[in-house]
Design a protein around this ligand. Structure first.
Ligand code: MF3
Ligand code: CO
Ligand code: CO
Length: 251
């Protein structure tokens, strides 16, 4: 958690913008009938043609360039031959490395006609991320962020995932601090100006435990709800400034 110099912040802005543009680009192709492998290729081509690389590819053995997490998949879904179908929700998580710096962002996408319940889950996950980002500032703590997220999610009758959270980011993909989606005001790590972190709450429809699955030849796990209920997530990369924050992955 070393504060960044002005030139590094400019690189983080560039990486963040490319991640945001990649997510917008690949999102245009989401429809019933496309496979997650095809989405992976579209994202990979876009990133490479913009002079960057996809951070997930070969990261601790992860085999693809993006994560695609469908319906009850919580995160780190691996693109494969799965065909998206009407009614699915899918989280696409894009992380790029541009000139040595990371930009990390994700969003939910709807395939055709999605149930009201699923839309509501996504609305809460999006607003939960924004509640977390709102409190990011030079004197805030990671507990303040988690508290804001969890308070909002609980108020809406839904559940945050406690096992996985946000992270510091820069030259390193997953750096300190750990940014949980729950916490106590004033607890956790104190932020400081000119560090970058992600806010990426995962929100579930039920309190059922989460299930962990191995990915062949990788130490990365993917996660699903144990009762097959839905999960949703949004993510931005955020710079802590001297007065508040700046979202680096807003297109
Ligand atoms: N982009 C994910 C995050 O937000 C991490 C994916 S790691 C991978 O932290 F290996 F699964 F790609
Ligand atoms: Co992240
Ligand atoms: Co991500």
């Amino acid at each position: 958690m070393t504060p960044m110099a002005a030139n590094e912040i400019r690189m983080m802005e560039k990486a963040g913008q490319l991640a945001a543009q990649t997510l917008l680009h690949v999102g245009k192709y989401v429809r019933a009938g496309i496979t997650t492998n095809e989405l992976d290729l579209i994202a990979s081509d876009y990133v490479l043609s913009h002079g960057a690389t996809a951070a997930p590819l070969n990261y601790h053995g992860f085999p693809k360039s993006i994560c695609t997490s469908i319906n009850s998949c919580i995160c780190h879904g691996v693109p494969d031959q799965t065909v998206l179908k009407d009614g699915d929700t899918v989280n696409i998580d894009v992380t790029v490395i541009k000139d040595g710096y990371h930009g990390d962002t994700s969003s939910m996408f709807f395939v055709g006609d999605v149930s009201g319940e699923a839309r509501e889950l996504c609305r809460v996950a999006l607003e939960a991320m924004n509640k977390g980002i709102e409190v990011v500032g030079p004197t805030a703590t990671t507990g303040d962020i988690g508290f804001a997220i969890n308070k909002f999610v609980t108020k809406n009758g839904l559940w945050v995932v406690r096992e996985i959270g946000g992270h510091g980011i820069g030259k390193v993909f997953h750096d300190d601090p750990w940014v949980p989606s729950y916490g106590k005001k004033g607890k956790g790590d104190k932020l400081k100006p000119w560090i970058c972190l992600t806010v990426e709450p995962m929100v579930n429809q039920s309190a059922a435990p989460i299930k962990e699955f191995s990915i062949p030849n990788s130490s990365i796990k993917y996660y699903e709800t144990s009762d097959n209920t839905l999960s949703a997530q949004y993510e931005h990369t955020v710079l802590v400034t001297d007065t508040g924050h700046q979202i680096l992955t807003l297109p």
